[in-house]
Design a protein around this ligand. Structure first.
Ligand code: HEC
Ligand code: HEC
Length: 444
């Protein structure tokens, strides 16, 4: 009896608070993004996060065995004049293929010399100095006692970080988790003088390898190529997916466009099978020779290395990735009134929130959908063990709009995405509605 009275008293208090807050101006004036950001409360061990940051930015997991020993990318960077082959990679060339430079790793006197035009940005020797300073984002040089560069490897930051251009275009402070949509991964790999290795792996000839590598374009990579050997989409165009955001993944279930596994699974996959680091990796699904012929032939589902340079680093890497909150859209980058109207549509008649559930903006629970549910072809979905597409977490869209939307960038603008849903779901949105939805998407 007594308990009942207490609980009804409690309900009354809660009701009073709720009623009051409806009339409370403070609640009314909060912007959408402020409300959303409040949910990022996962408490992470700061020591683990800083270890993970080091791994994300600087750890090659021993992948020099691939990028140096097999592909000879170190020699391509050096150029003939410095003991390598070809013309070498000058800073100008490096920036042109989308590589970024961490301004904070450059000593002030060197920065001043660059600004004064006293540094030759057309000379590969300058790139070697930038590598010595550990300032080329995601590319790590190894130097011997004599000061010569003897190897290079790559890190996660190569594709999943960019810079804020605060010093110069392509040179600035690191922005981890932002996809580098300028980076032309294919062109960088094509610097190899050993494309024969890739040709043998894929059972094609060297000109085909080079055509494929040059066909991806900036901001894209075909992670499945060395698994299933599929280089072309059914329409004959080059298959490659946009490098996704590595921020805003707290609370997200399956990772990648086609839900290969969770984030930790995929981290191990990439470190072993894409970067070619030296770790352990198990996935019996890759033993399926009809679906994954290249992986099955090369036993990519059963990788073992001793010592294992990857597995012990996975917890820290995960902590760091989870610490990367989606960036808040800058003021003025969207129209707040339109965004508020768009939010109502998103959660209501446009049906977006039936899959993109805030604050993660992916489905809670099983976040994969059949291709026909979202009205697109099944080519990329069928390359994954799932056969499905993962509902993309939408936060920080404003920082990854270059290169388009959907896994392969098939929609150039957010408006095009809305048009697609409008016709696929028969939503009959007015053009104002469509614009409002776009403004909302830009605001989250
Ligand atoms: C060569 C470029 C490249 C490198 C290096 C790279 N990634 Fe990726 N990453 C991609 C691409 C492309 C995808 C999308 C794969 C797909 O779905 O087809 C991706 C997907 C991901 C995802 C899934 C994101 C999501 O929305 O679910 C995570 C997490 C990730 N990478 C983490 C890492 C980590 C950690 C490393 C280092 C161990 C790394 N990546 C190295 C290109 C790269
Ligand atoms: C049935 C589930 C579902 C519904 C409903 C849905 N989406 Fe999606 N959405 C997805 C999936 C799955 C993808 C990934 C498609 C791909 O990458 O090929 C996606 C991708 C997107 C993207 C691209 C993100 C990027 O970075 O590439 C945007 C933007 C988007 N949806 C917005 C919306 C809006 C706005 C609505 C409502 C009009 C909506 N979605 C309704 C499942 C859904």
């Amino acid at each position: 009896m007594k308990q009942n009275r207490i609980s009804s008293l409690l309900s009354l208090i809660v009701l009073a608070i709720l009623t009051a807050s409806c009339y409370n101006d403070d609640v009314e004036i909060r912007t959408i993004t402020e409300v959303v950001t409040e949910t990022d409360t996962l408490h992470l061990d700061p020591v683990l996060v800083s270890q993970g940051k080091e791994v994300f930015r600087h750890d090659t997991f021993g992948d020099e065995v691939f990028w140096t020993d097999v592909l000879h990318i170190d020699k391509a960077i050096l150029g003939q004049a410095n003991g390598g082959y070809g013309s070498g990679v000058s800073p100008e060339t490096a920036l042109a293929v989308g590589l970024k430079v961490d301004a904070e790793a450059i000593p002030v006197e060197v920065a001043a010399a660059i600004l004064a035009g006293e540094v030759d940005l057309t000379d590969p020797a300058t790139t070697i100095e930038l590598l010595r300073l550990n300032s080329v984002v995601g590319v790590k040089g190894t130097f011997n006692n004599a000061g010569d560069m003897t190897a290079v490897g790559i890190t996660c930051a190569l594709c999943h970080s960019t810079v804020d251009d605060s010093f110069a275009p392509g040179i600035g402070k690191r922005l981890d988790g932002y996809p580098n949509r300028d980076l032309n991964v294919g062109v960088i790999i094509s610097l190899t003088d050993n494309a024969q290795f890739l040709a043998d792996l894929l059972h094609v000839d060297v000109p085909t390898v080079n055509a494929v590598l040059n066909g991806w374009g900036p901001g894209k990579f075909n992670a499945g190529l060395t698994i299933d050997g599929k280089a072309l989409k059914p329409d004959g165009s080059f298959a490659a997916n946009l490098i996704p955001a590595a921020y805003g993944l707290q609370g997200v279930n399956l990772a990648t466009y086609t839900g290969w596994g969770d984030m930790v699974y995929w981290n191990a996959f990439v470190a072993n099978l894409e970067m070619h680091g030296l770790g352990n990796f198990t996935d019996h699904r890759l033993n399926n020779a009809s679906k994954f012929p290249i992986a099955a032939e090369n036993n990519f589902g059963n990788v073992q290395n001793s010592p294992d340079l990857i597995t012990p680093k996975l917890p820290a890497l995960q902590a760091y990735q989870l610490s990367l909150n989606a960036p808040t859209p800058p003021q003025g980058s969207f129209n707040p009134e339109a965004a508020n109207r768009g939010q109502v549509l998103f959660n209501g008649v446009a049906q977006c929130a039936t899959c993109h559930v805030g604050p993660t903006f992916t489905d809670s629970g099983f976040n994969l959908h059949a291709p026909d549910e979202i009205g697109i072809d099944d080519f990329e979905a069928e390359r994954s063990p799932t056969g499905l597409y993962r509902t993309t977490p939408l936060r920080g869209l404003f920082a990854r709009s270059k290169g388009g939307f959907y896994h392969d960038g098939r929609f150039a603008t957010l408006f095009d995405v809305i048009e697609h849903y409008d016709s696929h779901f028969g939503l009959q949105l007015s053009s104002t509605d469509k614009n409002d939805l776009v403004e909302y998407l830009k605001s989250i």
